[in-house]
Design a protein around this ligand. Structure first.
Ligand code: 13P
Ligand code: SF4
Length: 305
């Protein structure tokens, strides 16, 4: 089957079976083309709450599919590949957070959305890379325990110096592959290019950038900028998407090693398998866990809008 044949069949089946396909920005371009909506984690959460279809296929990683199920329990939610997890989401467990809450009772627990549903049940609010600064600023609490991504936490803390932050060791293994050495090499190779990075990168890389923001933020910045060359410091799929969207501009990866192998598990044939009903995993959540996690996500959508 050609790519076009597969896409035609996916489009036919998703209509016939009333399936909404949501794709994270790190999915490949052939998947973007069959998706009903493509976006960053925050925009996907907003869509999850409003999509009219009875069934949702999430092309991304587990916590994203869980977010859809948390917000729309009446829908059948399918994760494109059952082994597509986010390693950062597994870095902390509920017991650790409960201990930290006892140690720091006057701290609000702010959880990056890249966490398990179970962990969210003991947090106060979720944030994403595009909404974190806005949401943390709006919180009544002056004291913030930010989990699990220390790099995003550092990025947020620097923009809100009036609040006190505590972090626990954690971060994205994909974005941590990029170093200041990569920045020096890329700047030397492309002296005219602007450096755009995701705040999951280390503080040294983020501080050296011309812009830091979410996947959508990076893409919007590159599209709207008058500059013609960009070094991209996030998952390398974004380099490919930008080359499609802005063929008159040049895009270089900050590091060729910045590949999220979990996101890459989903391919166009996987999507076809999911809409046919013979691939993917139907997400089920314990109702108590769902309701506990929903509190955190509802708060994010309320404060982040
Ligand atoms: P955003 O899409 O919110 O920028 O997040 C990036 C990411 O790593 C998702 O896991
Ligand atoms: Fe998780 Fe990092 Fe992959 Fe995003 S890029 S899904 S944070 S491992």
């Amino acid at each position: 089957m050609t790519v076009r044949d597969m896409q035609d069949e996916i489009n036919r089946l998703k209509k016939e079976k009333d399936i909404c396909i949501l794709a994270h920005a790190y999915q490949s371009h052939d998947i973007w083309e069959v998706a009903d909506f493509v976006g960053d984690s925050f925009a996907l959460s907003q869509k999850a709450a409003t999509a009219p279809q009875k069934n949702v296929l999430m092309c991304g990683v587990r916590f994203m599919a869980e977010t859809v199920k948390i917000l729309s329990p009446e829908k059948t939610v399918i994760l494109s590949d059952s082994s597509a997890g986010c390693p950062m989401a597994e870095q902390m467990d509920k017991e650790l957070i409960l201990q930290l809450k006892e140690m720091y009772p006057d701290y609000a627990v702010v959880a990056y959305i890249n966490t398990t549903s179970e962990l969210k049940t003991v947090c106060d609010v979720c944030v994403t890379s595009s909404s974190a600064v806005k949401i943390v600023k709006k919180l009544d609490s002056k004291n913030i325990l930010f989990i699990p991504d220390c790099n995003l936490g550092d990025f947020v803390a620097k923009q809100i110096p009036e609040k006190n932050f505590k972090f626990v060791q954690g971060g994205c293994p994909t974005h941590l592959r990029m170093t200041l050495r990569d920045v020096e090499k890329a700047r030397a190779a492309h002296p005219e290019a602007l450096l755009l990075v995701h705040p999951e990168c280390s503080p040294k890389v983020t501080e050296a950038a011309d812009y830091a923001g979410s996947t959508t933020g990076i893409m919007d910045y590159a599209k709207e900028s008058d500059a013609k060359e960009f070094i991209i410091g996030t998952e390398n799929s974004i380099v490919q998407h930008l080359r499609y969207e802005c063929p008159d501009k040049r895009f270089y990866p900050l590091s060729k090693d910045c590949v999220c192998h979990n996101m890459a598990l989903t391919t166009l044939p996987t999507v076809l398998g999911c809409v046919r009903g013979d691939a993917g995993e139907i997400i089920e959540l314990d109702e108590q866990v769902r309701l506990g996690a929903k509190r955190c996500i509802d708060e994010m959508l309320r404060l982040g809008d």
